[in-house]
Design a protein around this ligand. Structure first.
Ligand SMILES: [Zn+2]
Length: 239
């Protein structure tokens, strides 16, 4: 292949890589941010059962404490009962004990239903914890990959810029100017491959005569449609 065309193809690769790297430098941190948000909202959602479980747990403790206090007061009242002199006072104390025992019964019923709920929620919480653990591993792996990618960008940019500079030294000023002008007008691509009469930049057909010329001539030919500098590339053979 023509030497100057080869240089341009390599230069194009440098320029394209640099564009891609600078885009990545912007999108990768956005991807990380998105990943963080997704994970924390997932975590928030999955922790609902745990919150409910903790609520039940503290309600259970509260109820147990109430029972303990009721028991203590029942014992005390029963002790005082032995020292009571008159019947009226005796009856009042029996009533007091009765009320305390009845509310203890209510609380015990409540505790049974709390314990049932606790059983149910402890199964859910256990499942949620496993799901969360799995999801966390995936999230951390994915994040690490993006971060690694992000960390190599700066070094890659330095390398590609050095390559680019070296190549530009070997391309004539005229050709460089032509390439830059075409590139600017064609979304960063100034040199393009052509295969089976089709320009890979604009996907238009190249007239047969020009296509033949492209494969033989030493001139740098431009696509009649997008004006990019063309080179013939047999897509069925490795480049
Ligand atoms: Zn074209």
């Amino acid at each position: 292949m023509k030497e100057n065309l080869l240089l341009l193809i390599k230069l194009q690769e440098c320029d394209s890589q640099l564009v891609e790297l600078s885009a990545k430098k912007k999108t990768l941190p956005e991807n990380i941010e998105k990943l963080d948000k997704e994970f924390s909202s997932f975590k928030e959602g999955i922790e609902k059962n745990k919150i409910k479980y903790d609520e039940l747990k503290s309600r259970h403790t509260e109820s147990e404490n109430k029972i303990k206090k009721l028991n203590e007061s029942i014992v005390k009242t029963k002790e005082r009962l032995l020292e009571v002199k008159n019947n009226k006072e005796y009856q009042a104390m029996l009533k007091e004990i009765d009320i305390a025992e009845s509310s203890r019964g209510d609380i015990e019923t409540e505790i049974i239903s709390i314990l049932e709920e606790l059983d149910k929620f402890s199964v859910l919480v256990k499942k949620d914890e496993e799901i969360l653990k799995q999801r966390k591993t995936e999230y951390e792996q994915e994040k690490k990959m993006i971060e690694n990618d992000l960390n190599t960008i700066d070094a890659d940019v330095v390398n590609w810029e050095k390559n680019r500079l070296d190549l530009r030294k070997n391309v004539s000023d005229d050709l460089l100017a032509r390439y830059e002008k075409i590139k600017k007008r064609n979304r960063g691509v100034g040199v393009i491959s052509v295969w089976k009469s089709v320009c890979n930049g604009c996907h238009m057909n190249i007239p047969p005569q020009l296509y033949n010329e492209l494969q033989r001539s030493n001139e740098l030919l431009s696509c009649p449609n997008c004006n990019r500098i063309m080179y013939f590339q047999d897509m069925e053979k490795p480049f």
